[in-house]
Design a binder for this molecule. Structure first.
Ligand code: GLA
Length: 385
């Protein structure tokens, strides 16, 4: 491992990028084969790719300048069994390279060596999927340079495999799908069982609305603890109900579910089942009555995550209640929970007052100052140069 910069004589093969995401609604439904409705945001991770030494992959980033370099032929022995030997951030791009070669049964000796340099403005630890942005940028770049011919659905699957097996975080496929398949001004209504996606125009700007992100700056870690536990509770609930996944349970089945399981498992199940329904309702409401009418569904989603799924925090709850009191049409935490960010759908002209109300409320509560900014639905992974 050396820290030398690429020689200026080596031509840049290209630049690719992929975005972070905000999930509008549909939380912890993806790994239950359910529905989600995220959108890609304008914050992106960019990768400059140069062809590297034969048979070698080298990754560097502006946030962890020490390069990690290894023979492509060694990836297979490393993932998943020996992943702990790799610096955590580097598991994302190296995991994508491994999953791409493995899924396509490509001989590592047949592809060009690569040198990948990452930079990003996706906030890390905010629940905005900085990891899926790295995966998406890497997958798009290597798919092109290695001429693998995979489409965006397959590349999202590759990203999830890297996250699950190379990083060890038991996530679903929502974030990678948003990073790969996002579109400007639109949300992605995704069926996580079939991976069929509908691109749904959101019309926020036309309605005078903004999506305000309130990053609580309380960090979260999906690969540990709470996320895994919630996933296990969902699997337990589905097994007790005799179905492959909670996707197969409807709101009408909940009274029967309540009799079959302990209270905590039941509340986890109820969140997922009602959240799936809220995603379907949100898409229908948006298309019928417009974006403003979606607000109450966002509020109900937050209440369900706070009370039934148990993944909110005092900071997220304060962000949501303060945004609502400041005139937001709806607000909820977004992403995996246990910290990270909340979103509020709010009139453009109310943004400054809501921002200072939230800042004041956080200061009064003695919480870390939040990072508050607007986001706009943006395009997914692409080649930029
Ligand atoms: C994280 C995971 C996603 C999804 C969300 C919760 O962002 O990466 O797969 O499960 O949490 O909806």
């Amino acid at each position: 491992m050396t820290a030398t910069s690429p020689s200026p004589a080596v031509p840049t093969a290209g630049t690719w990028s992929a975005p972070g995401r905000v999930n509008l609604i549909g939380e912890h439904t993806d790994y239950n084969d359910g529905f989600v409705f995220p959108f890609a945001i304008e914050h992106r991770t960019r990768v400059d790719l140069t062809t590297g030494r034969d048979g070698v992959i080298r990754v560097r980033s502006s946030f962890a300048p020490d390069p990690v370099e290894l023979p492509l032929a060694e990836l297979d022995a490393l993932f998943p069994a020996r992943r702990d030997e790799i610096t955590e951030w580097a598991r994302y791009p190296l995991g994508v390279a491994w999953a791409l070669l493995d899924e396509t049964q490509t001989d590592p000796a047949s592809v060009t060596g690569v040198d990948l340099l990452f930079s990003s403005d996706v906030p890390v630890g905010a629940g905005l999927s900085s990891s899926a942005a790295i995966e998406g940028a890497t997958a798009a770049a290597l798919n092109d340079v290695w001429d693998l011919g995979l489409d965006s659905v397959a590349l999202a699957r590759i990203g999830r495999r890297a996250e699950n097996d190379a990083v060890g975080a038991p996530t679903g496929i929502m974030d990678q799908t948003a990073a790969m398949r996002g579109r400007a001004d639109a949300g992605i209504f995704l069926d996580c069982r079939t991976l069929d996606a509908e691109i749904i125009p959101l019309g926020f700007a036309a309605a005078g609305l903004e999506v305000l992100v309130i990053d609580t700056r309380v960090s979260h870690a999906h690969s540990t603890g709470g996320y895994r536990e919630r996933r296990e509770a969902c699997e337990r609930g589905a097994a007790l109900l005799g179905v492959p996944a909670l996707r197969d349970v409807s709101v009408d089945d909940l009274p029967r579910a309540e009799e079959l399981m302990d209270d905590v498992t039941f509340r986890r199940v109820r969140h997922v089942v009602t959240e799936d329904q809220r995603v379907l309702d949100a898409v229908r409401t948006l298309q019928g009555d417009g974006p403003r009418a979606v607000g109450p569904l966002l509020d109900a989603s937050h209440a369900s995550m706070r009370d039934d799924f148990g993944i909110s925090t005092p900071e997220l709850d304060l962000a949501v209640t303060t945004a609502r009191a400041a005139g937001a049409v709806g607000a909820r935490m977004t992403g995996g929970g246990f910290g990270g960010a909340a979103i509020a759908l709010i009139d453009h002209e109310l943004v400054p007052a809501a921002t200072s109300a939230i800042e004041t409320a956080f200061a009064d509560a003695g919480f870390t100052a939040p990072h508050i900014f607007t986001v706009h639905p943006s395009d997914g992974a692409r080649r930029d140069a």
